[in-house]
Design a binder for this molecule. Structure first.
Ligand SMILES: Nc1ncnc2c1ncn2[C@@H]1O[C@H](COP(=O)(O)OP(=O)(O)OP(=O)(O)O)[C@@H](O)[C@H]1O
Ligand SMILES: O=C(O)C1=C[C@@H](O)[C@@H](O)[C@H](O)C1
Ligand SMILES: [Mg+2]
Length: 176
């Protein structure tokens, strides 16, 4: 597809772990011929370490500062950025995203999140956590996620339905 959305700045997909940001962002970037940048993947490549190892060896604060570094260096247009689930926690990250683009929040109920991430060992903040603890983390972050330009409740939607909704949003955005 041509770059029909030229002129739109960066589109950030935000949301909790397992909401589908990386999966959906990849499909949208392919459909629109946009660049794709996944902040988690970028950090792992740059640091030559898995996220789990970064958390273990350097701690969460170091990881959050790496997220800020990635956001500061983003290209300015035709890019879908799929963010890490906790990127919104840091105020400076929220400011950079707001300044550089539009934010689409992919909401998903915790029960579904837990189904999707069951058995996953790559997300340090989900290891050995009860449903209540995961929900607590989600509730702490909720106001930051909700501070987005668009919100999609993905809980009962298929991947292709979510992709279609985002494409509609981008069309609407473009015609403003
Ligand atoms: N709408 C959906 N329906 C069914 N499965 C989904 C849906 N969205 C995502 N998934 C599945 O859920 C899992 C987690 O998705 P994904 O890795 O894209 O989440 P994420 O939001 O990028 O998480 P993280 O914040 O940890 O990076 C994947 O296995 C993906 O295929
Ligand atoms: O929600 C979070 O804090 C995280 C989500 C993942 O995308 C990774 O960025 C990492 O596992 C931390
Ligand atoms: Mg992801």
């Amino acid at each position: 597809m041509d770059r029909v959305y030229d002129g739109v700045k960066i589109i950030f997909l935000t949301g909790f772990m397992g909401a589908g940001k990386s999966t959906i962002g990849k499909i949208i970037a392919e459909k629109l011929n946009y660049k794709l940048l996944d902040t988690d993947a970028k950090i792992e490549t740059t640091k030559h370490k898995s996220i789990a190892m970064i958390f273990q060896e350097e701690g969460e604060a170091a990881f959050r500062s790496y997220e800020t570094d990635v956001l500061k260096k983003l290209p300015v247009e035709n890019t879908i950025v799929t963010t890490g689930g906790g990127i919104v926690v840091n105020e400076v990250n929220r400011e950079i995203m707001r300044e550089k683009g539009s934010i689409v929040y992919l909401h998903c109920d915790i029960e579904r999140i837990l189904e999707r991430t069951k058995g996953d060992t790559t997300r340090p903040l989900l290891q050995n956590k009860s449903k209540e603890q995961v929900n607590e983390l989600f509730l702490q972050r909720k106001p930051f996620y909700e501070d987005a330009d668009y919100k999609i409740d993905t809980t009962n939607l298929s991947i292709s339905e979510i992709v279609d909704k985002i494409l509609l949003i981008l069309n609407e955005y473009r015609s403003k």
